[in-house]
Design a protein around this ligand. Structure first.
Ligand code: AHR
Length: 535
């Protein structure tokens, strides 16, 4: 245990002077990787995104308008497009969220000046005197253009709560019917896109247990059947059913049980994906988001680690009804959600500060997703810009990447690679919590292999001390060359702001290769990504 060192660090936490402390010896952790027995392919869609008509996410975050002074590509913020391309963003979920079950897609097509102004679900969240009125300037054609610019696959959440199967099916035909096949294809062409959009991923509602219709799981199963039975299958679809509120204390297992029980006996309503929402929910914690103590740091990481148990518990229930596991998980909302009050602008609701702590949470989450690559088709961070767990903050011509952005960049090599089994051996940390103490593994991570290139990502959660990681390979594999990068900062609360966009950024990490092993010293409170070329 590194208790003494922790107390010293905590005592200085307010001064930003952690680096001035007497160096604390690094703990030793042994990591065994078996590259010769690769597991499931890590679906690139695990590194996916979510953008909703909410606060400053779409309007300003992404859509600045064609006449804006902010550099744009036909109205879409250029810097956003460039950064998303850099990440290889695989998909974009849109238009919500809760917004989806009140959205009528026809409002967002046709000449922009003729589109209606409509009610938004988010109205009641707005500060006094401000409205969430939807202008519909960003509709389906603008969304598809964004997807094309980024190179991302569209994932559309359809309206079940206040929509109808016909409205849904018309939307699908509008997007996917070949030119000339249906009147809707002609209408699409008249609006500027002759060629079909080819949308494969369709969400059948969102949070149908809450803002998406306040249904019981059996009621939703009935709706799901109605909505998908006559689905216009121009493109082989991947249909996603609304899943549980995974962050409920009881994990909402009853939803999963009730939904799949309600689907029994149906033969014409496939469920390709089952949505799971898992927020690390700190909305009731009154600590200021960017001004927290050590116990708050660990609380967020420990809550993030719960993702694993939630995945396993729901997967087990799904297996009772679908022993071959044809239905995969789609974790289409995840992130750390703090209490309101520190938005970048009051009406940009949910645009919370994002710190180094959230970057470590991101890394821990991705490592869990990678380790469960056999179960997960897709995951979508909530939400990509100006929102809960954002990679970017944007306000008119101001823009910054947040610390989690860099984790997406670091983990990019995992996309489409095969999981490499990995074991971590080292003494557990004892860390402070609000209730007392908790145990934490000294390093969390995952590894993947593509041909001879091994990627290892590791998180050192400790606020006290670095960790010396000794990587060994089971079998005949040997390292030829290696390089690393790390994301850390001397202040656990560090973040990037519009005035200081580079406060948290990547730095090179030395990787030492010998005959026997690869040795890397991972700084405290850091995420590391190591690329190893195998002989
Ligand atoms: O991401 C914000 C909201 O959180 C989404 O609209 C909703 O689906 C969830 O409750």
């Amino acid at each position: 245990m590194r208790r003494r060192a922790f107390l010293k660090a905590a005592a200085c936490a307010g001064t930003g002077a952690l680096t001035a402390l007497r160096p604390v010896p690094a703990a030793d952790v042994e990591i065994e990787i078996t590259p010769e027995k690769p597991g499931a392919v890590i679906n690139p869609h695990i590194y996916g995104h979510f953008i909703e008509h909410l606060g400053g996410v779409i309007y300003d975050g992404i859509w600045v308008g064609r006449n804006s002074k902010t550099p744009n590509v036909g109205g879409i913020r250029k810097q956003f497009v460039d950064d998303m391309k850099r990440l290889g963003a695989p998909n974009l979920r849109w238009p919500g969220g809760c917004f989806a079950d009140g959205y009528h897609w026809r409002d967002g097509i046709g000449p922009a000046s003729k589109r209606p102004r409509t009610y938004s679900y988010w109205e009641s969240y707005m500060p006094a005197g401000k409205h969430a009125t939807e202008t519909n300037q960003f509709g389906v054609h603008e969304f598809m253009r964004l997807c094309r610019l980024v190179g991302a696959e569209p994932y559309i959440a359809a309206n079940v709560g206040s929509g109808s199967p016909r409205e849904f099916h018309d939307w699908v035909s509008y997007c996917n019917a070949p030119a000339g096949a249906e009147s809707l294809a002609g209408e699409r062409a008249a609006n500027g896109d002759k060629e079909p959009f080819g949308v494969k991923y369709w969400g059948v509602g969102n949070e149908s247990w809450g803002c998406g219709g306040d249904m019981k799981p059996g009621e939703y199963a009935t709706q799901y059947r109605r909505f998908v039975t006559q689905f216009p299958a121009y493109v082989a679809p991947f249909l996603v059913a609304t899943g549980p509120r995974g962050h409920s204390r009881d994990m909402d297992l009853a939803w999963t049980e009730g939904f799949f029980a309600g689907m029994q006996g149906g033969h014409r309503s496939p469920v390709h994906g089952f949505s799971l929402h898992f927020y690390s929910d700190f909305r009731n914690n009154k600590t200021r988001v960017a001004d927290f103590k050590a116990a708050d740091w660990y609380a967020v990481l420990l809550e993030g680690l719960r993702t694993e148990a939630v995945i396993e518990a729901h997967w087990k229930i799904m297996g009772k009804y679908d022993p071959q596991h044809r239905t995969k998980l789609v974790i289409d909302e995840w992130g750390v959600w703090y209490q309101p009050g520190e938005e970048i602008r009051p009406d940009y609701i949910l645009s919370q500060p994002v710190t180094l702590r959230d970057a470590l949470h991101t890394a821990i989450t991705f490592d869990i997703f990678n380790r469960h690559a056999d179960k997960i088709e897709m995951a979508n961070v909530a939400q990509t810009v100006n929102c809960i767990h954002s990679l970017f903050l944007a306000l008119e011509d101001k823009y910054t990447r947040t610390p989690p952005y860099y984790v997406f960049e670091m983990y990019r090599p995992h996309m489409g690679a095969r999981l490499a089994p990995m074991q971590v051996r080292g003494a557990e940390l004892t860390v402070p919590t609000q209730e007392g103490t908790a145990k934490l593994t000294p390093l969390m991570g995952s590894a993947s292999i593509r041909e001879k290139r091994l990627t290892v990502t590791l998180t050192n959660p400790s606020l006290d001390a670095p960790v010396t990681a000794r990587l060994k390979f089971a079998g005949a594999a040997r390292a030829n060359a290696g390089r690393g990068v790390a994301l850390t900062h001397s202040d656990m609360r560090a973040r990037n702001t519009f005035n200081n966009t580079d406060e948290v950024r990547l730095a090179p990490l030395p990787v030492n290769i010998s005959n026997e092993s690869v040795v890397v010293v991972i700084p405290k409170q850091a995420v590391a990504a190591i690329e190893i070329q195998l002989a």
